[in-house]
Design a protein. Sequence first.
Length: 155
Amino acid sequence: MSKLAHVGDFCPNSQCADYGKPQTARQKNIIRFGLTQAGRQRYQCQTCGQTFTETKGTLFYRRRTTADEILKTLAQVAEAQRISSVTRTTGHKEDTVLAWLREAAQQVEAIDNALMADYQVSRGQLDGLWAYVGNKGERTIIQKPPRPVSSGVQR
């Protein structure tokens, strides 16, 4: 099984000479660099001097809403609730919830693991969520069958 990358394993700056290169035990070029005002861990690359947070590259990067609140909202959608119902119960705008869904679609595996572990969402519910995201929430129009042609005889 391949090892997944974690925050601080490599520099996310594409301009850096160490971009994408994993750190070794001997060479540690990524160090902890304090906390943000929101309390998130910051890191700094010693090669290029770029700083980044622990949420860089995730659904939660630069979000004002907590990760727990975002995951709770996605769990509600996974339970086959309508977007309008979710927005009413959570207080988030429909556009915001749809933006979270689009971002989550790009990070399906990590979101799946978090929802199954912390929110007891089943695999079937997750399949429903991703089917909805793939459909982009658009409603499909069901065509009515055409009426039979009248023979001209009145009843």
